[in-house]
Design a protein around this ligand. Structure first.
Ligand SMILES: Cc1cc2nc3c(=O)[nH]c(=O)nc-3n(C[C@H](O)[C@H](O)[C@H](O)COP(=O)(O)OP(=O)(O)OC[C@H]3O[C@@H](n4cnc5c(N)ncnc54)[C@H](O)[C@@H]3O)c2cc1C
Length: 484
């Protein structure tokens, strides 16, 4: 019998994509690939979200990691709008600096990473004292040493040479260690403050350079959040992916990645935590496209067979941070005595935390949910010194006791364990990419190696810098360019 022209033709199978890591970079990648028609599987060794997640304390659902995003580009706000989320501004209470016992000052406003826009401003002079402020003001009149503009330079050296030791330790280290959990002397200036050295070359002053970069950012609050918390972004992304048929196996670690015999990649994975005597369920996926969205060291290790040239470019392990969250019944905090929170200068011997966020003072939605008298306070403990590292790694009860003592000192309000309604510790090991000197050059070499791999994308904070704005914007851009 002759075949009819109208007989059904089998649809060509959809191309398959695998995404390793379901932090925000991985989830955003999966969405882009699903929109392009790929059948997508996203693997994560833990729960989706990575450094953006939630925990529940005293009935309040709170952020367990990132709690805001920078508004210097519309990347996160655009994504939130597509997902039907409401973007909210924090209250305009200033952030404070704890510079030592009894020395709490509002942070100078018009700067970048704590570098003041004007070293002669009253709040800068108050924070530094007259002598150190005069040293910082030399930045306005002293010629720039050409060696500061050439080759890799740490942010610590840049600030120390232009503004002096006291300005570095009092204003810059608290901000930088709050964001990157590392000392400015270990961080590449170009990697964490892109454009700052170019602006220094143009203006001849580090303060003017910081002010120029700040002025170029959009007006209004420098950060925003999502009604209900940043974790809503992850929940909404996961719901969106599930609607699009994306497969998200929970708790599945990718153990190896190799090139397939006929192109593409073979992704080996194992599900389950392997308590002694139990075998994890192992599986293998053949994928046409691969996105690696893990932390940097894990990405390079996974690609050691498929892209061996990366091995020599493995980034340093990221810095970790331990968060202590307290829900307290302390009505004196209704007046937000320290605005949205404080950063702590490293020399402050009376406090071990590096920062405190008064979350109920910062976010109106949370204040409404908590009601009068009930407050959420979050303290972060990093590893800037050996002693701080020991505390950050100590057991939960030790950290919570330190948190109660530090919170009372920082907020200037007496309270004890009896006022604490609920508390917990969330640990983010290796979470914050370490931008050590030469990091930018290493990233450029990595980009050159990866340019040759057409069916592979490597995304995430370690490639573009800490923060959701960089991660969302760059992930969407690189996926749209590479698959178009
Ligand atoms: C405590 C804290 C507070 C922060 N606060 C803010 C903030 O307020 N605003 C802001 O903009 N940024 C903030 N950041 C930074 C921001 O959260 C991160 O830059 C961003 O979330 C990183 O996203 P990512 O997808 O690149 O990586 P990650 O979120 O680290 O995701 C990587 C994922 O890969 C998974 N993975 C690793 N190896 C494997 C494997 N072999 N198989 C499967 N899965 C694997 C991990 O489990 C993880 O889920 C904060 C970070 C921390 C730690």
């Amino acid at each position: 019998m002759p075949q009819s022209n109208s007989s059904p033709v089998a649809p060509s199978p959809r191309p398959v994509a695998a995404v390793v890591g379901a932090g925000v970079a991985g989830l955003v990648s999966a969405r882009e690939l699903a929109l392009l028609g790929y059948a997508v599987t996203v693997f994560d060794a833990a729960a989706p979200g990575g450094r953006v997640g939630s925990h529940t304390l005293d009935g309040l659902v709170l952020d367990a990691g990132a709690e805001s995003f920078a508004t210097r580009t519309p990347a996160v706000a655009d994504l939130a709008a597509e997902l039907g989320l409401t973007v909210v501004a924090p209250t305009q209470s200033p952030a404070w600096l704890h510079a030592g016992p009894g020395r709490d000052l509002p942070l100078p406003k018009t700067g970048l990473l704590g570098i003041p826009g004007d070293p002669t401003a009253t709040e800068v002079v108050n924070a530094l004292g007259a002598d150190a402020a005069a040293r910082a003001a030399e930045d306005l009149t002293t010629a720039v040493d050409p060696s500061l503009l050439d080759g890799p330079v740490t942010l610590g050296r840049l600030v120390r040479e232009r503004l002096g030791d006291v300005a570095l330790e009092t204003l810059v280290t608290p901000v930088v260690s709050g964001v990157h959990s590392a000392d400015p002397d270990r961080l590449d200036a170009d990697a964490i403050a892109p454009g700052l050295r170019e602006a220094l070359a143009e203006t001849g002053s580090l303060c003017k350079a910081a002010a120029a970069l700040r002025a170029a950012a959009p007006a209004g609050s420098a950060v925003a959040g999502v009604e209900g918390g940043m974790h809503r972004l992850v929940e909404a992304l996961v719901e969106d992916l599930e609607r699009r048929g994306v497969h998200l196996p929970v708790g599945t670690e990718v153990t190896a990645v190799s090139r397939g015999e006929h192109g593409g990649f073979v992704v080996d994975h194992a599900t389950g935590h392997r308590p002694s005597g139990t075998e994890a369920a192992a599986g293998r996926l053949q994928a046409d496209r691969l996105v690696i969205a893990t932390e940097g060291p894990a990405a390079v290790d996974l690609l050691s067979t498929a892209v061996p040239a990366l091995a020599a470019l493995r980034p340093d392990e990221g810095a970790g941070v331990s968060l202590v969250t307290l829900v307290v019944d302390v009505p004196e905090l209704d007046d937000a005595p320290r605005g949205s929170g404080l950063l702590v200068a490293p020399g402050s011997e009376d406090v071990a935390a590096k920062a405190l966020t008064h979350a109920t003072a910062k976010w109106p939605w949370l204040q409404r949910e908590a009601g009068p008298g009930r407050h959420v306070v979050r303290l972060s403990y990093g590893r800037l010194t050996d002693e701080a590292a020991r505390l950050a790694d100590s057991d939960d009860q030790t950290l919570i006791s330190a948190g109660i003592k530090d919170a009372a000192t920082l907020l200037g309000v007496e309270f004890t364990a009896a006022d604490v309604l609920a508390s917990d510790v969330v640990r983010h090991g290796g979470a914050l990419p370490m931008a050590t000197p030469g990091h930018r050059q290493r990233l450029q070499q990595i980009a050159r190696v990866l340019d040759a791999e057409e069916d592979l994308d490597v995304v995430g904070a370690w490639r573009v810098g800490t923060g959701l704005t960089a991660v969302v914007g760059s992930t969407r851009k690189s996926l749209r360019v590479s698959v178009s």
